[in-house]
Design a protein around this ligand. Sequence first.
Ligand code: SD4
Length: 346
Amino acid sequence: MNRRQLVKTLSLSGMTFSFFKTGWASNLKSTSKPIVLSTWYNQREANIDAWSILSKNGKALDAVEKGVMNAENDITNCCVGLGGNPDRTGIVTLDACIMNEKFEIGAVGALERIKHPISVARAVMEKSPHVMLVGAGAQEFALAQGFTLEDGKLSDHATKAFEEWKKRNEFDHKNVEKKKVEFITKPDREQEKSKSMKVDEFNHDTIGMLALDSFGNLSGACTTSGMGFKMRGRLGDSPIIGAGLYVDNEVGAATATGHGEEVIRICGSHLVVEFMRQGLSPELACKKAVERILKSTPRKLEDLQIGFIALNKHGEFGSYALQKGFDFAVKSEELDNKKFDSKFLM
Ligand code: SD4
């Protein structure tokens, strides 16, 4: 039996839980509040922007919004904001959501030509009677709220990546089923295959951010251009409260990165928070959620990457990923935007 089969067998039989209890996987990390953490170390500058608010006794909600805007502003980011990779028709569509300590939520899906989807998500939360707006309606709402319509041109790197993707993929918009397409975002498929990793090779990806402010309140934000070269109309987990992000101020908060379909399938971030409610550390809660994906996915594990980060009410944090390569950054008084390499299952 190889390692992957062993992991799967242990997981399906529930045996890994007994390993948790013996401390095999426990690695609780703790620091003082305020604290902010976000997915993918290379996007760590976002934490600095969040910290500029948290360190002055600002609110976690303001901090996470400002923090992830840093990634949305970065036109070279493959996976966040208007510089991100387009869908397979060549259009960039953005997903985002935000949640505060009062269960207030806002989200946008498939939003086009607006620079800061996270701020539109916050406006949905604060200025609309709804919690989620998508597509043309989300854009109309954004314009009505004073957001600017951008030109919709692809960034240089996205143009290149799209051209390369088209060389490898035949795609008939009206006859999707008949044409085989690959939903990967990395230009070099062969190299990717050889390393048996997907999303995490990119160096930067969807940003999910969690913060605990000096008042002891939690908030979270998640923003992305989604899976590169996705079908038109596809939504991932990132704008879906409970999947890409969840916050319960009595317990903790969690956010996800990676293949959104699998995170949605298990209501991933909500599940992590519920595991923390049962007393698991943030890391073990994330690990249990990753194991649930292992158990539930109909897809080949080799083709998947998923990472969760979590933060509890006491400032303890942790993460877990399906495969090697996921990392995150933590900023607090003691931790100077420190890099953490996530543990992984396979
Ligand atoms: C999605 N979860 O659209 C996003 C993509 C992502 O790391 O997080 N990639 O499925």
